[in-house]
Design a protein around this ligand. Structure first.
Ligand SMILES: [Zn+2]
Length: 479
């Protein structure tokens, strides 16, 4: 057999294996893994001294999202370029249910049009639900989505005023349907009514408090109460719950308890909840740039979330990438309720987790791969096409020098965001080369791939039976 390309001499890490091996590619797929594979005219990519991992799978991004009177700063083209430069080769974005839509597929098709021909790495979509009660036939709707390759919906426990909120009955109903169909219900868990009360109280003092009011109006119990409720509906129905962007240590504790009871639920967190704490909101000049929803919590939460990643309670690290420039953020004019919420992140996901997870000794390389690639691929119906280095899998690979480091400077990142929450931090794990379906899209750290190379991924239903344990991959030891 002749190959198109061989990644030669690297050290290959998957979620459960580490070895020195060449990886051979044919027609965009991995065709062989082994030592001294014959080149025979294939292009050889020298990976000696590099670590080769399956490309990152970031299942939570928002490119060119229209929100808060503006649009997130990276479109599908630039956003996926920045992903590739960070070693992320699959992203999953979200569609929106339009203000009059009584089905979900129309929103998915509209969003697909925005991404197709622009995305530079493969992408999937979650179907956003903003008005569950308006759906004419939710069961038929979910079935249509599954046929289309969209086995996950997203529901918000907040945003009542914006008209996107799902109440308890909506979430309960969706989970009950999801159970029979193999769909996943992704939930943004925050407690609306108490949060609105605290926002109104702090709004009265917004001049004095500035961005700090954002933190004061969303204490930890706002998320914890909602996580508890969502877990209860998952437990009652047996439907697969996936809580997005967990920010609190208390939320991780609730998941640990629920998993011990066998509740069909998984959870992700994001680098901002691991690396940053709410002191950032106290800076009068830059505090509001960091506003996200849910917002960044305390140091103790960072620590508990890291622990949850290491012990398997938290299965996935995604980014909730939704960048806004300083100009967009500065339009808040001192009112913390007017800040466009969101941060850049997809480009620095792998470096952040490698540096502060693996290099800091919190978990080993195999566990790192499970958190940023294999587990999200499994949970979102993409494995083993994505999230694996195995014969027959897509040749999505990131290769990095384990010892190289660089200091984060927003000017050097591909994202159009003109600031970085990690400015000045030193990180390793930036890929030297990235392959997407066998095509080099990043060479020597620079994006070289063609626009529109990314394809829409038809994802499979969630196989609870294939994944009997909520803890997908046991924590591993050192490297
Ligand atoms: Zn989000």
């Amino acid at each position: 057999m002749s190959f198109d390309r061989i990644v030669k001499g690297g050290k290959v890490f998957t979620a459960d294996d580490s070895r020195e091996a060449d990886v051979a590619i044919k027609d965009g797929k991995i065709a062989a893994i082994g030592k001294n594979l014959p080149a025979d005219g294939a292009e050889v990519l020298d990976a000696s001294g590099l670590w080769v991992i399956p490309g990152g799978v970031d299942v939570h991004v928002h490119f060119q999202l229209r929100v808060a009177g503006t649009v997130s700063a990276d479109d599908f083209e630039n956003g996926t370029k920045s992903a590739a430069c960070g070693g992320v080769t699959t992203v999953v974005d979200f569609s929106t249910q339009g203000p009059r839509d009584d089905t979900l597929l129309a929103g998915v098709e509209a969003r697909l049009k925005e991404a197709e021909g622009k995305a530079c790495v493969d992408f999937g979509l979650h179907a956003g639900i903003s008005a569950y009660k308006r759906l004419k036939d939710p069961a038929a709707d979910l079935r249509r989505l599954l046929d289309f390759g969209v086995p996950s919906v997203k529901m918000f426990m907040i945003y009542e005023q914006e008209g996107w909120q799902s109440d308890d009955a909506d979430i309960f109903s969706a989970l009950r349907l999801a159970r029979g169909l193999g769909a996943t219900v992704c939930v943004h868990a925050e407690s609306e009514r108490v949060m609105n009360l605290l926002i109104a109280e702090h709004r009265a003092q917004k001049e004095r408090l500035g961005a700090w009011a954002h933190a004061l109006s969303r204490p930890n119990f706002i998320e914890e109460e909602a996580v508890q409720r969502a877990l209860k509906w998952a437990e009652a129905t047996g439907g697969h719950l996936y809580v997005v962007h967990l920010s609190t240590g208390g939320g991780a504790d609730l998941f640990k308890q629920a998993q011990a009871r066998g509740v069909n639920a998984h959870v992700e967190t994001c680098p901002q909840y691991l690396l940053l704490n709410d002191e950032v909101f106290k800076d009068k000049k830059t505090g509001h740039w960091y506003a996200t929803c849910p917002q960044i919590k305390k140091k103790a939460d960072n620590e508990r979330l890291w622990q949850g990643l290491a012990d398997g309670t938290i299965a996935v690290v995604s980014t909730d990438t939704c960048p806004f420039t300083t100009k967009q953020k500065d339009a808040w004019n001192g009112d913390f309720t007017k800040i466009p919420y969101g941060l850049p992140g997809v480009e620095t996901l792998l470096p952040a987790l490698y540096t502060f997870g693996v290099k800091a000794g919190r978990f080993g390389m195999n566990h790192f791969v499970s958190l940023i690639s294999t587990n999200p691929a499994k949970l979102m119906g993409l494995y083993p096409q994505k999230g694996a280095i195995a014969v027959g899998s897509d040749a999505d690979l990131a290769m990095f020098d384990p010892d190289a480091v660089r200091t984060i400077d927003s000017k050097e990142l591909v994202s159009r965001c003109d600031w970085s929450p990690y400015q000045g931090l030193t990180m390793g794990g930036f890929p030297v080369h990235t392959l997407s379906r066998g095509e080099p899209v990043v060479r020597n750290g620079k994006f070289v791939g063609p626009k529109g190379h990314g394809r829409f991924l038809k994802r499979r239903p969630f196989g609870w039976k294939d994944l009997p344990e909520p803890r997908l991959v046991p924590p591993s030891g050192g490297r």
